[in-house]
Design a protein around this ligand. Structure first.
Ligand code: CP
Length: 306
């Protein structure tokens, strides 16, 4: 039985197969409509979510399966003190596969260790968000035709943004990827990402503060929101929250082929006037999230569709 805790749980070759499957699903939806008939997905969300939970549910419904679960800790027996380990033991009796989001780093791993069914990490604290990374990789590969040979700017809250940490981990496995890390001093990537992942990989990376200086050289601009829920005090959040606002003026500095991605939700960091720019790909990215989660469910449940 296989779980997904980190994007690195798949080798580069396995990842290629998963992304190929996602593209096949995109192009032949009917072929997969009954692939998971009779199977159940449990969504165990101890933290708020729109895209991840609902795209997982849409993915399982698209495959002919059904879904059950909870969308907040308050509406589960966690509110009475039940442990993650006990919860997953019970859920293993009700469902075939589970996706878990939790505010504590490592909680989905604890679940996986006690589970009788595959567990997918749907985001754990400020640590990892592997299915967002699969979504990002599918979006980049589908729209750019490759994952190597790109200059990628990651902008915003690089300290708490788990999507950024997961994406960097995944992209260092491809050749000639250059990283431009754009953040205020207080929100730079954690040391373990800078030293243990980026520096060890040998990939070129720079850290800058001004988006305007970085944007002309980028193939991809990956915007992120400042993670209010991870700040210890509101005053610091308020000081940081509008540090970057991508607007039409800044988009004029970018190349014609640069793509803007964002895991969403956005707050103010991308002005709505950018939405109509053909380089804005963040809503397309959300659609790719359904295809890649369908591919992931099929892979972990070992369902083959001919
Ligand atoms: N991208 C993402 O994780 O969105 P949600 O928090 O809405 O699931």
């Amino acid at each position: 039985m296989r779980h997904l805790m980190s994007p690195l749980d798949f080798s580069v070759e396995e990842l290629e197969r998963l992304l190929d499957l996602a593209n096949d699903i995109e192009n032949h939806r009917d072929k997969y409509a009954h692939a998971c008939d009779g199977k159940k997905l449990a969504t165990l969300f101890y933290e708020p979510s729109t895209r991840t939970r609902l795209s997982f549910e849409a993915a399982m419904l698209n495959l002919g399966g059904s879904v059950l679960g909870f969308s907040s800790a308050d509406s589960s027996s966690a509110a009475k003190g039940e442990s993650v380990a006990d919860t997953i033991r019970v859920i293993s009796c009700y469902a075939d596969i589970a996706a878990m989001r939790h505010p504590k780093e490592g909680a989905p791993l604890v679940a996986a260790l006690h589970s009788g069914i595959p567990v997918i990490n749907a985001g754990d604290g400020g640590h990892q968000h592997p299915t967002q990374t699969l979504t990002d990789l599918l979006t980049i590969r589908s729209l750019k035709g490759r994952l190597g040979g790109l200059t990628i700017g990651l902008c915003g809250d690089l300290k708490f943004g788990r999507t950024v940490h997961s994406l960097i981990n995944a992209l260092v496995r491809y050749e000639n990827v250059r990283f431009v890390l754009i953040s205020p001093e207080e929100l730079r990537v954690p040391d373990y990402v800078r030293e243990d992942v980026l520096r060890k990989s040998g990939h070129e990376f720079t850290e800058v503060t001004r988006l305007e200086d970085a944007i002309p050289e980028l193939d991809i601009l990956y915007m992120t929101r400042v993670q209010r829920e991870r700040f210890f005090n509101e005053e610091d959040y308020v000081r940081m929250k509008d540090f970057y606002i991508l607007d039409k003026e800044k988009m004029r500095l970018a190349g014609p082929e640069m793509m803007v991605l964002h895991p969403l939700p956005r707050v103010n960091e991308i002005s709505v006037e950018v939405d109509s720019d053909p380089r804005a790909a963040y809503f397309k990215q959300a659609q790719y999230g359904v295809y890649v989660r369908m591919a992931l469910i099929l892979t972990l449940l070992e369902v083959n569709v001919c």
